[in-house]
Design a protein around this ligand. Structure first.
Ligand code: ZN
Length: 124
């Protein structure tokens, strides 16, 4: 039986479960809410899914902002990028996404300060 990714519409949790392709989505193991099967896009996606799930945990679930709703309704790379833009967080550059980050801490101001500090260190 294939392994599928599911996303809970109530609490935003993502989880994997084995099952036949035509089975209805299982209830959320965390809150019992309704879940939706996520489209599988191969191996690359699974690595992404880990950090996307960790992002959904820090997202403000009560927010009514469209970029937040879109991301929580359907957490994937595209809605994640829109969410980053909406939160004014710099998206990861190519090759930068090897380890999970705390997107709440990586603000444009912080990146700017790091650059200035490195510049100051170089000048002695
Ligand atoms: Zn749930």
């Amino acid at each position: 039986m294939p392994l599928y990714d599911f996303h809970c519409a109530s609490c935003g949790r993502m989880f994997e479960e084995l099952g036949p392709a035509d089975a209805p989505p299982p209830a959320c193991p965390a809150c019992g809410g309704k879940t939706r099967r996520l489209m599988s896009v191969g191996r690359g996606y699974r690595a992404d899914a880990d950090w996307i799930a960790s992002v959904t945990e820090v997202v403000d679930k009560d927010s009514r902002a469209p970029h937040v709703r879109a991301f929580l309704d359907s957490p994937d790379r595209a809605t994640y990028r829109s969410w980053l833009r909406g939160e004014r967080i710099r998206p990861l550059e190519a090759g930068e996404g090897k380890r999970p980050r705390d997107p709440g801490r990586e603000t444009a101001g912080q990146v700017c300060r790091e650059v200035l500090e490195r510049f100051a260190a170089r000048r002695g």
